[in-house]
Design a protein around this ligand. Structure first.
Ligand code: NAD
Length: 471
């Protein structure tokens, strides 16, 4: 008999599957799974027409094994407590996997933001923040929200402003939320972070000789064929970094259709073409595919679903030919599709780890806020002067002059964006190796998703043990 699970229960199910490959005490595992603090609230907001509307909202802190908690705030009609609990739990595991020292949290306001004026949205966001302040559910050392569906820089700027006015003199107030505009304490490099993280993660997997041999692929990213679904934030940047990294993006799908070009597609040209014509179809040099979902079934090395959830399911999974499926979107594979692709010997690189670039860079933003200084401000000029000195010495000793383009590269000191990218690269590479080591050490672990969960469980359990709650 098939059983249906709520979103939170299905996260618990994946957790239990992975927990079976660990030796942690049963009670400790129960504690890790549980949602620690649930704040379900209702508050009134006066709308533009004078009506008072009661707003339903949540903030849930899944785990405080490390503080602050971290996770986005979603504005959507679909928001409910179970969904926010599940998303908060996933944040705990995601942060642990990429070694971001936060517990998991998530927030949600049950509204369709398209149905409200900007002024109404501002009132709702500010009131929500005030409610969080009253209950001590927000703060740079307590719980740090970020954007999610339906929210962005604008809402984060309202949140930090409200928080700072209610906590006058709090020197670290800017660190109460991430995803802020750069002018309000945001960090450069946040916009492309998720797509770049996807690229770094897949590139690292492709650099693993044994893994590639198992898949029947050559080691390295160069020359690999890639199909990307979605030309939004994550899809666009994934395509850009794969192309720049030497792979060939042979097809791109959007909701209006899909295009194919064996010679490769330039995502920026395509983006401009779509802006001008309203569609990705009829892009010069490319062929249109009959249906946008046909792109998912093309012959390619790497498939990057970066649009919606559940796009690969029981029906189309048997026809997916990619050897590597990189889950850039959240939940692009149904559990059935996951099983089918694993049984076919494909490698599914799981979302919880692969799309963690956003939260990783949020962590860097928070660090920037706590240090009150832009990355690179102190050392950039020092490094450039030093580099110049070294270069001049080399040129003097060898009697040769380095070419101008090379000189530019050697001399350059790091800007904020370079350091953010470098930190992201390090985080994704380290996480990939940790997951693969767990998987290699236990051949019983069926897939990379389970190995990623085991990695998360081990880290959270270790923290709890160190806290001394479970002597
Ligand atoms: P986005 O809205 O910028 O882009 C999504 C794109 O997918 C849009 O261009 C949309 O037109 C397209 N699309 C919709 N239906 C499609 C279809 N049937 N076929 C092909 N394309 C279709 O959103 P995003 O920020 O790029 O997020 C994409 C996914 O990545 C989501 O699942 C999101 O939860 C996940 N994610 C995003 C981030 C982030 O930092 N933005 C971080 C982690 C995970």
């Amino acid at each position: 008999m098939s059983q249906t699970y709520s979103f939170f229960q299905s996260v618990e199910k994946s957790f239990d599957k992975a927990a079976a490959f660990t030796n942690w005490d049963k009670g400790l595992l129960e504690q890790i799974k549980a949602c620690n603090s649930i704040y379900s609230m209702r508050f009134p907001v006066k709308m533009d027409d004078g009506r008072i509307e009661v707003i339903e909202a949540y903030r849930i802190q899944h785990s405080q094994h490390k503080t602050p908690c971290k996770g986005g705030i979603r504005f959507s009609d679909e928001v409910n407590q179970d969904e926010v609990m599940a998303l908060a739990a996933l944040m705990t595991y995601k942060c642990a996997i990429v070694n971001v020292p936060f517990g998991g949290g998530k927030g949600g306001i049950k509204i369709n933001p398209k149905k409200y004026s900007v002024y109404e949205l501002e009132k709702i966001t500010r009131r929500y923040t005030a409610e969080l302040v009253k209950k001590n559910f927000i703060g740079p050392g307590i719980d740090v929200p970020a954007p999610d569906y339906g929210t962005g820089e604008r809402e984060m700027a309202w949140i930090v402003d409200t928080y700072a006015s209610l906590r006058p003199g709090e020197i670290d107030a800017a660190g109460c939320v991430t995803g802020k505009p750069v002018s309000q304490g945001g960090v450069t490099g946040r916009k492309e972070a998720t797509g770049l993280g996807v690229f770094y993660g897949i590139r690292e997997v492709c650099n693993m000789e044994a893994t590639m041999a198992k898949l029947g692929l050559k080691t390295g990213i160069a020359g690999k064929t890639v199909v990307v679904q979605g030309l939004g934030n994550v899809g666009y940047h994934s395509a850009k970094f794969f192309r720049e990294g030497g792979a060939k993006v042979v097809a791109i799908a959007e909701y209006e259709g899909a295009i194919y070009n064996a010679e490769g597609i330039n995502e920026e040209d395509l983006f401009q073409h779509r802006k001008a014509t309203g569609s990705i179809l009829n892009f010069p040099g490319a062929t249109n595919l009959a249906k946008n979902s046909d792109a998912l079934e093309l012959e390619c090395d790497i498939l990057i679903p970066a649009a919606l959830e559940n796009v690969i399911n029981k029906e189309n999974a048997p026809r997916v030919k990619a050897r590597i499926i990189g889950e850039a979107a959240n939940g692009p594979l149904t559990p059935d599709a996951d099983e089918i692709l694993n049984a076919k010997g494909a490698l599914v690189v799981p979302d919880m780890y692969l799309n963690a670039g956003g939260v990783t860079v949020s962590y860097f933003e928070w660090l920037k806020n706590l240090s009150h200084v832009r990355y690179g401000r102190l050392e950039k000029r020092f490094r450039e002067n030093k580099n110049l000195h070294i270069l001049e010495q080399i040129e003097e000793l060898t009697g040769k002059r380095v070419s101008d383009p090379e000189r530019k590269i050697i001399l350059k000191g790091a800007e904020e964006v370079n350091l953010v990218h470098s930190g992201l690269e390090e985080s994704m590479i380290a996480a990939t190796h940790e997951i693969m080591e767990i998987w290699n050490a236990n051949p019983e672990i069926p897939d990379m998703r389970t190995a990623a969960y085991v990695s998360a469980i081990n880290k959270v359990a270790t923290s709890y043990m160190a806290l001394g709650i479970f002597p």
